[in-house]
Design a protein around this ligand. Structure first.
Ligand code: 5GP
Ligand code: MG
Length: 177
């Protein structure tokens, strides 16, 4: 059941432009930056941020991908478990300031798994988190450094994120399941 539109295409574009500026301000430029997107929709968002950073600074930042999928573990009662399926980080993350990018931040378990996977690859000088939507309900001490929009939700609600690259349009909606 549709409840509300949260972001249209122009609002999403402005949020990502703002986040790109915030990343550059916080890190004093694009030197030593890298952007890593989390499958599925974090990847196009990471690529958009890298493109905006390149436009603003004239510096190409390396980009990578992590495929972390939540699956239900039938043997335990602990609900969804994040599993690392694929790591595509084709650059040395040592001494890099890595910006992790995802579409929606919820319990924080996916990001915890992403941090483990990144740290296994080397020693970045910093890891920061950018998300399009923070819907609350954290179960771990994890927060985003850059947020497109904070959206308090109930557990029965779900945020639909559609992106041009995968869905043909940029829109964020709130649905009741
Ligand atoms: P967490 O691990 O923080 O519980 O959940 C985050 C992951 O699950 C993200 O990769 C995100 O894509 C997905 N996710 C959790 N809740 C939602 C939601 O309401 N909408 C969408 N689109 N993804 C969600
Ligand atoms: Mg996801």
């Amino acid at each position: 059941n549709f409840k509300a539109q949260i972001l249209d295409a122009a609002e999403m574009r402005r949020a990502l432009t703002r986040i790109a500026h915030e990343i550059l301000e916080r890190n004093k430029g694009a030197e030593n930056l890298a952007v890593v997107g989390i499958h599925t929709r974090g990847i196009p968002l990471a690529e958009r941020l890298a493109k905006k950073i390149a436009e603003l600074e004239g510096l190409q930042v390396p980009t990578g991908k992590l495929d972390i999928t939540l699956y239900r573990d039938d043997l335990s009662e602990v609900g969804l478990q994040p599993v690392i399926r694929r790591t595509e980080v084709p650059f040395d993350i040592a001494r890099k300031r890595v910006i992790l990018v995802d579409d929606v931040l919820f319990t924080g378990r996916t990001i915890r798994a992403a941090l483990d996977a990144l740290i296994d690859l080397g020693r970045p000088s910093a890891i920061q988190l950018a998300v399009l939507i923070d819907r609350g309900h954290r179960e771990l001490p994890i927060r985003a450094d850059y947020v497109g929009k904070n959206l308090p939700t109930s557990r029965g609600e779900v945020v639909k994120v559609k992106l041009e690259e995968s869905d043909g349009q940029d829109i964020v909606e709130l649905w009741e399941i």
